[in-house]
Design a binder for this molecule. Structure first.
Ligand code: HGY
Ligand code: MN
Ligand code: MN
Length: 436
């Protein structure tokens, strides 16, 4: 995408003074979130709107319709990301202040993870448009495609593509082997031009993301706003355990190479890496598939994942090494072959102090107490952080529930968070313009 340098224009105070009375439309925000939550609503509970699936495509179409009604311009890039800008500017009027999140979910996920940040970003853009707010740094909203990686096993697909760090993207596939290119065409993207989704270095002046906390901290402290200071890094290990499928009644116990028993050993050992040895912050086995998955046959092979997280890169490396060591130990003890492959690594990152200040300033001006805190969840922001300064705002999650049907946030908190986003966009204008 061609880029040009944008000289600062408009008032450099960015309008926090001149636009201090601006507010988002709370009823509109909540109504749209409710509408979006119907797309991919899973009869078994929660929302299953997997990245690059038909459900994400319908959600993107819904967003495009909202934008058209609001007089905002949209574009789907070759990676399936939706970019939204005001009509009098070009989306490539770089460098821009990018604001957004994602609309895909995990299987039976919640209604707010990602969706909230996207609907709020569109709301902010619409309010700026309706009030014809002239800003030094143009604002572009984004709905990144496939942040979760639940269907196509490439988390942060869209943000990686946009930031130029999607290596070997077209090699991605779903668990049945269907290639990403087929999904991408359905999503309005373009496999042939995937590399063109990458923005020229320097064209993102800064990135802001509003998100639910997905943990219990803010609710427990009774605080409406979190100012994120850093985001956890993550390594996903895909593990294949190969034993021997055999008759469950006739095969003597010492003769077995039971992949299920070996996998169970890995699950428990990975947990102990954290609970007993405190090597890294978390270790989780979230995915496990047994074959042939038959009651009276010893399991022949298991495909599973173990992911480890930490805000300290050294602990992340140690966590991965510890899980790999446990896999070797289980292999030797069980007679199964255990193959371990890192399928995703995301780095722990810090947010920009200037953007933290802008968020704190916005919350203070709105009379909302806040806490500076880390994020234990991953976000597109941490991919953007590798090419531009980032800031992140959290609102409380009821009972800390996320990635599950019970995910929820009080309506007032949702509205407060979106107003903080609006005023962070305004308050960030001066520091961001100074970086250009
Ligand atoms: O897994 C994560 O932390 C994020 O919600 N994708
Ligand atoms: Mn998530
Ligand atoms: Mn999310």
């Amino acid at each position: 995408m061609a880029k040009r340098n944008l000289q600062a224009r408009g008032p450099v105070d960015g309008g926090t003074r001149s636009h201090s009375g601006l507010r988002i439309d709370g009823a509109r925000l909540l109504g749209r979130l409710d509408e979006l939550s119907k797309i991919g609503a899973d009869p078994a509970g929660g929302i299953t709107r997997l990245g690059l699936s038909d459900q994400e495509n319908v959600a993107m179409a819904y967003l495009r319709d909202l934008c058209a009604e609001a007089g905002l311009k949209t574009e789907t890039d070759p990676a399936g990301n939706l970019l939204v800008h005001r009509p009098r500017t070009r989306r490539d009027a770089a460098p821009v202040l990018l604001v957004g999140s994602h609309v895909d979910t995990v299987v039976q996920g919640g209604w707010l993870d990602g969706a909230y940040g996207v609907i709020a970003a569109l709301e902010v853009l619409q309010v700026l448009h309706e009030h014809d707010v002239d800003l030094p740094v143009e604002v572009v909203a984004v709905a990144f495609a496939n942040e979760e990686g639940a269907l196509i096993q490439t988390p942060f697909w869209g943000s990686r593509a946009l930031c130029g760090s999607l290596e070997d993207g077209l090699a991605a596939e779903d668990r049945t082997g269907r290639p990403v290119s087929e999904y991408l065409v359905q999503a309005g993207g373009s496999p042939e031009h995937l590399a063109d989704a990458a923005w020229t270095p320097g064209s993102i002046a800064a990135y802001l993301e509003l998100h639910i906390e997905q943990g219990p901290t803010l609710e427990r402290l009774g605080l409406p706003i979190g100012v994120v200071d850093g985001i956890v890094g993550r390594t996903i290990l895909d593990i294949d355990v190969v034993g021997e499928a055999q008759h469950a009644g006739t095969t003597p116990m010492p003769d077995r190479r039971d992949a299920m028993v070996a996998a169970a050993g890995i699950v428990l050992a990975a947990e102990r890496v954290v609970t007993e040895h405190a090597v890294c912050a978390t270790a989780t086995t979230g995915y496990l598939e047994a074959h042939p998955n038959v009651t009276n046959t010893i399991t022949g092979n298991v495909r599973m994942s173990v992911e480890v997280r930490d805000t300290d890169p050294a602990n992340l490396v140690r966590g991965e090494a510890a899980v790999r060591e446990e896999c070797s130990r289980v292999a030797a003890a069980s007679g199964c072959d255990v193959d371990v492959r890192a399928s995703m690594r995301s780095q722990a990152v810090s947010t920009a102090p200037e953007l933290r200040d802008a968020i704190r300033g916005a919350a203070d001006a709105l009379g909302l107490p806040h806490l500076t805190m880390p994020s234990g969840a991953g976000h597109d922001a941490q991919i953007v952080a590798l090419v531009a300064p980032i800031g992140m705002i959290f609102v409380p999650s009821k009972r800390g529930i996320s990635h599950a049907p019970g995910e929820d946030t009080a309506p007032d908190d949702l509205v407060h968070g979106a107003n903080v986003l609006l005023h962070s966009v305004l308050g960030a204008q001066a520091p961001v313009a100074a970086w250009l």
